[in-house]
Design a protein around this ligand. Structure first.
Ligand SMILES: Nc1nc2c(ncn2[C@@H]2O[C@H](COP(=O)(O)OP(=O)(O)O)[C@@H](O)[C@H]2O)c(=O)[nH]1
Ligand SMILES: [Mg+2]
Length: 182
């Protein structure tokens, strides 16, 4: 870690997505001291948690927006407050939670509507999360690749307009995170 980058202004990242999609786990993965045990003891995040820490090259300040239904509308109602000075939004979708794809896409659509109205064209990374290494071996997920493409990726491309910069990442806590993504 060099001194110069350490003193630079932290990069503000918003982590959003439904409850249980893996937001707090992703945040943990960014920290040096995370181990698999830390994931098991996770409790649902109540409301907003802000964490600041050093990543490989820069200071990050991550706003983990607990995704339970009772909070979701509240964030969006007052979104300018959260969006202010945000460098990137991580939008996390649990690919294993097929039943809630629709809800996850709706929340993303609501988020996009607010960003557009506010003309805040913040860069978005869509994390197709819980894409675990052996997922495809489970009967229920044998078509996961096609399902994710047709039910998530294609639809998300119609939700996020072209004036946003956005990319997709398949992620899981079972492999090392590419911290450079942030
Ligand atoms: N299989 C699997 N489970 C995960 C993964 N990431 C998180 N989880 C589990 O999903 C649950 C919810 O995670 P959490 O980070 O609390 O979700 P949050 O509500 O979005 O913050 C926890 O039991 C985690 O251990 C993943 O990549 N694969
Ligand atoms: Mg959480």
């Amino acid at each position: 870690m060099n001194d110069f980058t350490n003193h630079s202004k932290p990069k503000k990242i918003l982590i959003m997505g439904l409850d249980n999609s893996g937001k707090t786990s992703i945040l943990l993965s960014l920290r040096e001291n995370a181990n698999l045990l830390s994931y098991i003891s996770l409790k649902p995040t109540k409301g907003l948690v802000v964490e600041e820490f050093d990543s490989d090259e820069q200071k990050l300040v991550c706003w983990d927006l607990g995704g339970q239904a009772q909070y979701r509308k509240g964030y969006l109602k007052d979104f300018s407050k959260y969006a202010k000075q945000t460098t990137k939004i991580l939008y996390v979708i649990d690919v294993q939670d097929k039943k809630r794809y629709g809800v996850a896409l709706e929340y993303l659509q609501d988020l996009i509507n607010f960003l557009q109205k506010d003309e805040q064209f913040i860069e978005i990374s869509v994390f197709l999360h819980k894409y675990d290494p052996n997922l495809i071996k489970k009967e229920e997920f044998k078509d996961i690749y096609q399902i994710v493409n047709s039910e998530l990726v294609d639809k998300i491309k119609t939700i996020i307009p072209d004036n946003f910069n956005y990319s997709f990442f398949k992620t899981t806590i079972y492999t090392i995170f590419e911290k450079s993504l942030f």
